[in-house]
Write a protein that binds this ligand. Structure first.
Ligand SMILES: [Zn+2]
Length: 197
């Protein structure tokens, strides 16, 4: 993967002071950002979260999913840890795109679960891969990580790309009245390790 020249700048947030880096793959045009605290190095595991964009959850505080709360919890934990990276990748709707995600919501309103809705639209349950996040971590020197994730596929995905996952740290937010079924499907159909559903 070849990145364009990588800009970086200070990013003060309500969680603490980050440095934000911008990545654009020359071949695919895919973009991502990384928010970095401290100075990650290969010797000491950095606290890392790979977050996939969820416009409705991250920006509009949607209760259909736990993305926004997970994002805020991760930024808070990473800021406090003083050594970490949050990679934010533009994989809206697990990679199906924004309009298709709304299409999937439409089907879910008619009773399909998230996996069945994606499949009925002709997509796999999860189209994400972790090549770009792994390349970003390598660029930042964060090749040894403690990963904030409930998703065993993400651990495997990063390890396949040469990142050492020393520990998986679960990042579970309490279910609300709306996202209970969504979380149950994540657990039962997608193998996520969730205790509260
Ligand atoms: Zn979401």
């Amino acid at each position: 993967m070849n990145f364009e020249t990588i800009p970086s700048a200070k990013l003060p947030t309500v969680f603490g002071e980050f440095r934000i880096y911008g990545f654009r793959d020359i071949d695919s045009g895919e973009e991502a950002v990384a928010l970095v605290v401290g100075d990650p190095c290969p010797e000491k595991a950095a606290l890392v979260r790979i977050h996939s964009q969820c416009l409705t959850g991250d920006v509009f505080s949607s209760k259909r999913c736990d993305c926004g709360e997970q994002l805020n919890a991760a930024l808070d934990l990473i800021a406090r840890a003083g050594n970490g990276v949050l990679v934010y990748q533009q994989k809206e709707g697990r990679g199906i795109g924004l309009t298709n995600k709304i299409r999937a919501y439409e089907l879910q309103d008619k009773g399909l679960d998230t996996v069945a809705a994606n499949i009925s639209l002709g997509f796999e349950a999860d189209l994400r891969d972790y090549v770009m996040p792994a390349e970003i971590l390598k660029y930042l020197g964060a090749t040894r990580v403690n990963l904030l994730s409930n998703n065993p596929d993400k651990v495997q995905g990063l390890e396949n790309e040469g990142i050492i996952v020393e520990k998986r740290i679960s990042i579970e937010v309490a279910p609300n009245d709306v996202d209970k079924n969504y979380l149950r499907v994540k657990k039962e159909k997608m193998g996520h390790l969730l205790k509260n559903v």
